[in-house]
Design a protein around this ligand. Structure first.
Ligand code: S3P
Ligand code: PEP
Length: 516
């Protein structure tokens, strides 16, 4: 495969690479769809579920097993962090599709006097400090250059209020050291979680092991990514913990044992986003097997969201299928709960604004996602900069992005060390020739197989034996022709979503809540 060299990198500190403006990075020429897609793409386990179940397994009352966990940079960092605190974690068979199962033996007593690398993983930098507070001895945390910019103060201050001794450099960010004493008092604590739901999940996950449990009271305006907090509560309850949200903005975990479990991890539905969106961009159909009937993963909302862009969506026989004739409608979306999906959806909106050939685009507005400025990079600034660099007309809103019709052209798409920026570049490159994704390797954060799965989806051979897209077939070239011409006559049937006209009120995926 052609790999071009990048002559002028973006500022290293801003991109999170730390390699400076002269850094050379490899470019990945994003493949253009030569025709309609008809592919089935199996995906590895959920980052968010794997991270939570690893933490809960390490705090459990006996050995446990994770079946089909995610193996990626973020999960490896979580495993290393828990091992550093004395947890035994070993690989133990499994079907091998995306790596081994994991056997976790909790430490009799968590041990400190160690250091933990967080990489760029929000889940590691937020979920592990409360566990470190239960260990004996100092635990030093640090991460990638950009990780030092991600907010930590609310969770550090909350832990202090619950009895922990934490030394930082006064910035409320990495690096910091948790001086664990082997136990934490716990109790009621107020914090502002408006920048990240992970602050709340962090305290809840370890809360059953605090002497008084934990009662988290949110003090800010709104909490983003609420489904992720619901996921935290569900994983706790499945292990016998009394965990609930007694009222909006408050969460309660009572002290008690965390049951050891064998848990099968669902596929990562958020990582399905660019693959399912590819059906809209190339036309045709993409199917993701193993789509749960019920789940706390926010990726499940792709069903309604992709329909807003004009796709037909159906879950049949445990697989989610997205089909399209290649027409992408402009949207108005309000997405405080699903910021994790925003990069893909903004990429689709940029292609809606490009239209089929650069002359027939439709505008879009995606709001309610101000908190994604605190994700792996400032995603609002990064998406606007990269779309505009390709000829687009995107503008930052205080809490979102507006995109007006404009033709896109090829060029370098910078990833900012952000896996979802990289996959968004690949999505745009599916329709716009000449897009080169800088640092596509950043996809290893949650999906090391990304380029192989992407190429297989398009019928481009990946490494022998690699799982993923098992069927890919060129249909008609060009995007016109409708579903019937694409061999998809009758659409998807089943429980397909109804597609509303473009000029509707827009899709509002919950508004979080305003604090009383
Ligand atoms: O708890 C989790 O696993 C996550 C919570 C969300 O974080 P924010 O609340 O910071 O958006 C989400 O965006 C992130 O990818 C994963
Ligand atoms: C925001 C994300 O990651 P993190 O867990 O590092 O916050 C993400 O994966 O989109």
């Amino acid at each position: 495969m052609l790999i071009a060299k990048m002559n002028q990198g973006k500022d290293g500190d801003e991109t999170g690479t730390g390699e400076g403006a002269e850094a050379a990075a490899e470019h990945w020429p994003a493949p253009v769809a030569e025709g309609r897609i008809d592919a089935r793409v199996a995906l590895p386990g959920s980052k968010s579920l794997t991270g939570r179940e690893l933490v809960l397994s390490a705090l459990a009352d006996g050995p446990g097993t994770l079946r089909a966990p995610l193996h990626s940079r973020d999960s490896a960092l979580m495993i290393d962090a828990l091992r550093a605190l004395g947890t035994e974690i070993s690989e133990s068979g499994g079907d091998g599709a995306f790596g081994a199962d994991l056997r976790i033996v909790p430490a009799a007593e968590l041990t400190g006097s160690t250091s933990i690398a967080c990489g760029l993983a929000g889940t590691v930098m937020r979920f592990v400090p409360p566990v470190a507070a239960l260990a004996l001895g100092p635990v030093a945390f640090d991460g990638d250059p950009y990780a030092r910019k991600r907010p930590m103060r609310p969770v550090l201050d909350a832990l202090r209020a619950l009895g922990a001794d934490i030394a930082d450099e006064g910035r409320g960010a990495l690096p910091f050291t948790v001086h664990g004493t082997g136990a934490l008092r716990g109790g009621r604590v107020e914090l502002d979680a408006s920048l990240s739901s992970q602050f709340v999940s962090a305290l809840l996950l370890a809360g059953a092991r605090f002497a008084e449990g934990v009662h988290v009271v949110h003090t800010g305006e709104r909490v983003p990514s609420l489904p992720h907090i619901e996921m935290t509560l569900e994983t706790l309850r499945a292990r016998g913990v009394d965990a609930a949200s007694p009222r909006p903005g408050e969460w309660l975990v009572r002290p008690g044992p965390i049951a050891a479990r064998e848990v099968r991890i669902e596929p990562d539905l958020s990582n399905a986003a660019p693959f399912l969106a590819a059906a809209l961009v190339a036309g045709g159909r993409v199917t993701v097997p193993g789509w749960p009937a019920a789940t706390t993963q926010v990726g499940d909302s792709l069903r309604g969201l992709l329909a807003e862009f004009g796709a037909e969506v159906a879950r049949t026989d445990g697989a989610l299928a997205v089909a399209s004739d290649g027409a992408i409608r402009g949207v108005r979306l309000h997405l405080p709960q699903a910021g994790e999906l925003a990069p893909t959806l903004v990429g689709l909106a940029a292609l809606a604004a490009h239209g089929r050939d650069g002359t027939d685009g439709e505008p879009s507005e995606i709001t309610g996602i101000g908190h994604i400025r605190h994700h792996e990079t400032d995603r609002i600034a990064a998406l606007v900069a990269e779309i505009n660099a390709l000829g687009g007309d995107a503008a930052e809103l205080p809490d979102g992005i507006a995109i007006r019709p404009a033709a896109l052209h090829g060029g370098v798409w910078h990833s900012y060390a952000d896996h979802r920026m990289a996959t968004t570049g690949a999505l745009i490159g599916l329709r716009v020739p000449g897009v080169e994704v800088e640092d596509v390797a950043s996809t290893a954060k949650t999906l090391p197989q990304f380029t192989d799965l992407w190429q297989r989806m398009l019928g481009i051979a990946g490494p022998a034996g690699e799982p993923g897209a098992v069927r890919s077939q060129q249909l008609l070239s060009g995007a016109a022709g409708g579903l019937a011409a694409a061999g998809l006559a009758g659409g998807l049937g089943g429980d397909a979503w109804t597609v509303e006209p473009t000029a509707g009120p827009g899709f509002d995926l919950g508004g979080g809540f305003d604090d009383a």
